[in-house]
Design a protein around this ligand. Sequence first.
Ligand SMILES: [Zn+2]
Length: 291
Amino acid sequence: MKILTFDIGGTEIKYALCDESFTLTDKKSIPTNAHEGGKRIIERVVEIAKNIDGVDRIGISTAGQVDSIKGEIIFATDSIPGYTGTKIKEIVETATGIPTAVENDVNSAAIGEAIFGAAKGYSSFICLTYGTGIGGAVYLDGKLFTGNSFSAGEFGHIVTHANGKQCTCGGCGCYEVYASASALVNSVKNKLGISMNGREIFENFENPEIRSILDAWIDEIVIGIKGLVYIFNPELVVAGGGIMNETYITDEINARLQKELMPSFRNVKVVKALMGNDANKLGAAYLASER
Ligand SMILES: [Zn+2]
């Protein structure tokens, strides 16, 4: 089976071919040009699909909240104008005649990790991705739990600080305002007056001021995970995002979490995601293969 799999993000559309053994080949990437709007993005997906011979299935992982049954965007922020309501599955299937699966990016990544990566062999886990915000996915009893309106796992907007700082969602005190990778970067900028990215912050790990900001940020991460562990009692917490490649962070999260949790919850482990940029494409390809 030849599967064409896409990962549509705010800045890039990545795509690759995938076979029965779920090996990705011919990996390519084009700019999303999000300002051109959601309709144009899907037109370009169709153009790519039409130019490749012998595709049996199409898998699409995309930013935004997705009705994975109808394959349409329920809601997307203004980062991709006019994307809300886009009937991706219908448009792509009508134009190409190829069966297509569409899923939200974090859910696709969770499937990728469940089948091929860090959560392989586990039946209940949660995923959190720490980047500009915090994305989440819930995988229970061997399958994705998507909630009443395909939106479960919006962990970035659980409130960890009553009357806290303003969030982009309109609320205040949300987890991602304090614990995302951007929150760490902002914290260094506000407290020390210097602009550093995540990698640069780690290069200055020995600096006591930076170390103290980093440690306070890890406490913020742990507050959120602790609450989620009490809700879901998962076997595993998969933490994604480039910053989680720093082993210091996952080691510290585990050590602090173990101290904080009630004994019956302490069998949970926090591990970094293993599939990196390929998780979304592999997850979408897997879902497409099941169609
Ligand atoms: Zn929020």
